[in-house]
Write a protein that binds this ligand. Structure first.
Ligand code: MF3
Ligand code: CO
Length: 290
């Protein structure tokens, strides 16, 4: 590891002297690295200016989801949701991150019932009473990224679906209780997995969360099927999503062959997902987008 002199400016870009900024941090990282832990590179550590800029992006992301929450109802199409997201995001000065991302054709992901994630909005898909839907919003503002998603119940939904939605939301808090500096991402992953399974559900293995902020998808990959004490160390200044996909039935999924994006449960039972963007702080975490 290349270390600046004590009185040189810190590598993080804060403008502060190294000795007053990340010098102790680097001591900790170096000790963990020597004990064979997976440690974050400096490129994954956000400085205060970057965090402030990402929070501005998140304001749009949250406002868009609030707008969806107020207007979503039976009879609208997922294309309507796509238009709301595009219009409000651009009106607020942002860009919808999914649009044209690796060929994704729309501004938002809308995943209904047995769709696990990456559902593509369409004028042919109308919401009906009893549906559960995940709306996954991501925003770029001045080059900074935010990413979060929520579930919505359309009218009266079955108690089974309602419970899946509620338990999945609760699993975020279970995961958050393990987000603290110098813990492991696997602590969080196992906590979510144990909680989901204790409630009779399964957790999707193939798709997970990710670092986010300076890019849409940064390291680390964040799994919810990992073991405590494994995976990357959580260090202050890291930012990532917690976005478990929890299935009512079996964990197996497949990807739509025609569009190459949308994941479905193999057993056709419902799946739910909530997503938050979190920052690891000196004494725990801060929720950036929800
Ligand atoms: N929040 C989703 C994710 O991180 C958004 C995917 S957008 C898509 O996977 F364009 F990739 F579909
Ligand atoms: Co995401």
């Amino acid at each position: 590891m290349l270390r600046p002199g004590r009185n040189d400016v810190c590598w993080c870009g804060s403008g502060l002297k190294y000795k007053r900024c990340h010098s102790n941090f680097d001591d900790k990282i170096e000790a963990l690295r020597l004990s064979h832990a997976v440690v974050p590179g400096h490129n994954l550590i956000k400085n205060p200016q970057q965090i402030a800029a990402i929070k501005e992006s998140a304001k749009i992301n949250i406002a868009v989801l609030d707008y969806v929450a107020e207007h979503i109802e039976a009879g609208i199409t997922t294309e309507d949701i796509d238009k709301w997201v595009y219009d409000l995001t651009t009106k607020m000065g942002g860009i919808p991150a999914p649009l044209n991302y690796e060929g994704f054709p729309k501004s938002v992901c809308t995943s209904i019932n047995n769709q696990v994630c990456h559902g593509i909005p369409s004028p042919d898909v109308m919401l009906r009473e009893g549906d559960i839907i995940n709306v996954d919003v991501s925003t770029i503002l001045n080059g900074y990224y935010s990413d979060s998603s929520r579930m919505f119940c359309i009218g009266e939904v079955s108690p089974e679906k309602k419970r899946l939605v509620d338990i999945t939301k609760e699993s975020l808090n279970v995961g958050l209780s393990k987000v603290k500096p110098w813990g492991f991402l696997g602590d969080m992953g196992q906590a979510i997995n144990d909680f989901a399974r204790a409630n009779g559900y399964s957790v999707v293995r193939e798709i997970g969360g990710h670092g986010v902020g300076l890019e849409f998808h940064e390291d680390p990959y964040v799994s919810y099927v990992t073991k405590a004490g494994t995976e990357m160390v959580m260090a202050p200044g890291m930012m990532f999503t917690i976005e478990p996909m929890i299935n009512m039935g079996k964990q197996e999924i497949y990807i739509d062959e025609d569009n190459g994006w949308t994941a479905y449960t193999q057993d056709r039972l419902p799946s739910a997902q909530w997503e938050i963007q979190v920052l690891v702080t000196e004494d725990g975490y801060e929720i950036i987008a929800y």
